[in-house]
Design a protein around this ligand. Structure first.
Ligand SMILES: NC(=O)c1ccc[n+]([C@@H]2O[C@H](COP(=O)([O-])OP(=O)(O)OC[C@H]3O[C@@H](n4cnc5c(N)ncnc54)[C@H](OP(=O)(O)O)[C@@H]3O)[C@@H](O)[C@H]2O)c1
Length: 248
């Protein structure tokens, strides 16, 4: 197991991609702090599942958009796990709307959680990582941080900020629809069940949360030790093409 003896904090791990990342890191031997904001019962379930597979995990409540909370999340993770070596900044939200209709709170909430959360948790963990001269930070970004989409300017801006944030973190760019069918993308799938999005994906299939978690685990582990500042696209090939269909 590649993360034996290591401890990891995964933000927003009560559901979706974060949950799969927590399970994947635990399967590689890491002790995992499962952060959540409001879904305590779901976070407890994640811990139970990890424990039933022979792993170690604890829950840590806290809103990553608040710096004091991020500090507490990091402190409690270190205390409960006896150390910390990996931070996965995964917590994220969307509040989709055309700019014309977008409330300033839709803009600020998305920036505060998605990018603010990455800044807060990264800052909160740095002292510990620097003093032990070891630490890996993986950010879960989005292909929207590279190319925006109608109605998602706030989300795209928050992910673009993550991509530009630090050369010392590794990011996974996953695109809604091109990635995982989680609560976050329900709004996008409402109209046609995702058929329109599927047509834009060269691989013609959605990713599973496990496929994203596998890449995060690689970036968090020893096999990527000479990588830093990398943006790894997990997008079914979307980033490789201008558009799909017969050439003009
Ligand atoms: N799904 C996709 O296709 C896709 C594509 C590209 C990128 N991503 C990115 O992947 C990450 C996870 O997305 P997902 O699809 O798994 O979302 P999800 O199913 O909606 O889960 C979001 C998670 O984040 C937590 N969270 C939200 N706000 C938080 C806050 N302020 N503080 C702490 N935790 C908070 C939630 O906890 P509670 O339940 O407690 O609120 C939940 O555990 C996000 O950064 C997202 O932008 C997803």
């Amino acid at each position: 197991m590649k993360l034996e003896g290591k401890s990891a904090l995964v933000t927003g791990a009560s559901r979706g991609i974060g949950r799969a990342v927590a399970a994947a890191l635990a399967a590689e031997g890491a002790a995992v702090a499962v952060n959540y904001r409001s879904g305590k019962a779901q976070a407890d379930e994640v811990v139970k599942e990890i424990e039933s597979n022979g792993g170690k995990a604890v829950t840590v409540e806290g809103d990553v958009s608040e710096y004091e909370a991020a500090q507490r999340i990091v402190e409690q993770s270190i205390e409960q796990l006896g150390g910390l070596h990996v931070l996965v900044n995964n917590a994220g939200i969307s509040r989709d709307a055309l700019i014309f209709n977008m409330e300033p709170t839709d803009w600020l909430d998305v920036m505060r959680v998605n990018f603010g959360g990455v800044f807060n948790c990264t800052k909160a963990v740095l002292q510990h990582f620097m003093s032990q001269r070891e630490g890996t930070i993986v950010n879960v970004s989005s292909m929207m941080g590279l190319r925006g989409w109608t109605g998602e300017s706030n989300y795209a801006a928050s992910k673009g900020a993550i991509n530009a944030f630090s050369p010392w973190t590794r990011s996974v760019g996953a695109k809604p629809g091109r990635a995982a069918l989680t609560d976050l993308v329900q709004g996008l799938l409402e109209k046609d069940g995702g058929k329109g999005i599927l047509r834009q994906i060269p691989m013609r299939t959605f990713a599973t949360v496990e496929e994203v978690a596998g890449v995060v685990t690689f970036l968090a582990g020893p096999d990527s030790s000479y990588m830093t500042g990398a943006l790894v696209e997990v997008d079914g090939g979307v980033g490789t093409m201008l558009g799909i269909g017969a050439p003009l």
